[in-house]
Design a binder for this molecule. Structure first.
Ligand SMILES: *[C@@H]1O[C@H](CO)[C@@H](O)[C@H](O)[C@H]1NC(C)=O
Ligand SMILES: *[C@@H]1O[C@H](CO)[C@@H](O)[C@H](O)[C@H]1NC(C)=O
Ligand SMILES: *[C@@H]1O[C@H](CO)[C@@H](O)[C@H](O)[C@H]1NC(C)=O
Length: 401
């Protein structure tokens, strides 16, 4: 009781103040909520329960700003509406109008054009000469930017993903989900505020290869962003390409190597069976939802077993093989130095030369041996044989000479 006493003398003053500011009574009806998207026009509804012609009446729209400050939004006073007066808050100049043809039906609604986030707040529509009626409207002008996703860091076992939502109003709830829609546990979101807008960053670490998505939800305005997708490749499993023969004539074939939905962007390479890289056309790369489709075509002119490998960062895929048999290929046509036929001919010639040389040496040795035998026999006849003979080791010396 004691505490309330000092306020008593102020009561009439407070009442008067309230009347003047239009803040006199509480809202006469439940606060209605109006949601608008930034940049669009919005109607704030208001009409007294007794439908009187408002053409010659007075009504006033105010907005309660921060710290209970009031902004003039719009005033209608017998055809001399506030719009043309300096009392209107700068924020609303040129953007607010009433419905002229609706006035006679007791409709005091206004339209705010090209709404901004800053227009969000509590509005009141009231009739100063009928202070018992006051309509309250809560306007929320939503800004709903799409989330943006990136890989902050990655090893072969895990990947640190970040989802960023910039300049959102109201503050969004940001979530990471896997490809099946399960919500992933994430770190604490980092929320910052610039002016009226919120920016939220949410990190999560994933350990599986999957297509992940981030979604921003603004429950207050029943808005959910489109998901932002990101493909994460882990555990060294590069996507194996698929290979096809697109066209084939009797002396050439057009081969195609293709990888779909891969991330990071794969690099494709064609090789022949000896592992030589085959020159190919420029790859055709297209991106969708954060992953890549890559096509690499090449024309080959030889029968061989060709392979295509996809590399993603340091990881190489298993090769995809394709066997190309060209019916029109003439085996003897290739006479260039590198061709196997050249080598075969060369080896054959060398082989024959070796055989000939061998035969010649054999015949010569044989003759030499015969002569030595004869020599020995004549020596044996003249003088008797000694205990040791150095005849054997002397043979090579003779052959060389
Ligand atoms: C007032 O007029 C506007 C514009 O025609 C309309 O959208 C709104 O529903 C009306 N409000 C009422 C309470 O009749
Ligand atoms: C996300 O991770 C990066 C790199 O570790 C860090 O700098 C940043 O503060 C993290 N953000 C959040 C929201 O946790
Ligand atoms: C092509 O070579 C690979 C190994 O390099 C082998 O697995 C595959 O069977 C071969 N294909 C044909 C048709 O020779």
């Amino acid at each position: 009781m004691m505490k309330q006493l000092p306020l008593l003398p102020l009561l009439p003053l407070l009442l008067l103040f309230s009347l003047l500011t239009g803040n006199s009574s509480a809202c006469t009806k439940a606060v209605s909520k109006v949601i608008s998207a930034e940049g669009t026009d919005v109607i704030l509804p208001c009409s007294p329960s007794i439908r009187v012609n408002l053409q010659n009446k007075l009504f006033d729209w105010k907005k309660v700003g921060q710290g209970a400050t009031q902004h003039e939004v719009f005033m209608w006073d017998s055809a001399d509406h506030y719009d043309r007066h300096s009392g209107q808050s700068e924020q609303f100049k040129g953007r607010v109008s009433h419905f002229q043809n609706e006035l006679q039906h007791g409709n005091a609604s206004i339209v705010i054009r090209e709404t901004k986030v800053i227009d969000s707040g509590s509005y009141s529509c009231f009739f100063p000469r009928q202070p018992s009626e006051k309509f309250c409207i809560e306007l929320v002008v939503g800004a709903s930017p799409e989330p943006y996703v990136t890989i902050l860091d990655q090893t072969k076992d895990w990947s640190l993903l970040q989802c960023l939502v910039r300049g959102s109003f109201p503050a969004p709830k940001v979530e990471w989900r896997d490809s099946s829609g399960n919500i992933l546990s994430a770190e604490e979101p980092q929320v910052s505020k610039t002016g009226d807008r919120y920016s939220v960053a949410l990190n999560t670490t994933v350990t599986k290869t999957d297509r992940y998505q981030c979604v921003a939800t603004q429950e207050e305005i029943k808005h959910q962003s489109r998901p932002a997708h990101i493909y994460v490749l882990l555990n060294g499993a590069a996507s194996k390409p698929s290979v096809t023969i697109l066209e084939e004539t009797k002396d050439r074939a057009l081969l195609q190597c293709e990888v779909n939905g891969a991330f990071p962007k794969p690099l494709l390479q064609w090789t022949d069976s000896s592992g030589n890289i085959i020159h190919a056309a420029e790859p055709q790369v297209s991106e969708r939802g954060g992953s890549y489709d890559v096509i690499l075509q090449t024309t080959v002119t030889k029968t061989d077993n060709y392979s295509c490998v996809a590399s993603q960062e340091e990881i190489k895929s298993k090769p995809a093989h394709i066997y190309v048999h060209l019916s029109g290929e003439e085996p003897e046509r290739s006479s260039d130095s590198g061709s196997p036929i050249g080598w075969i001919v060369l080896s054959a010639v060398l082989g024959i030369m070796l055989v000939v040389a061998g035969v010649v040496v054999y015949i010569k040795l044989n003759r030499l041996n015969n002569e030595m035998e004869k020599l020995k026999k004549t020596e044996e006849r003249s003088n008797p044989p000694p205990a040791d003979s150095a005849a054997g080791p002397m043979i090579p010396d003779h052959t060389v000479a």
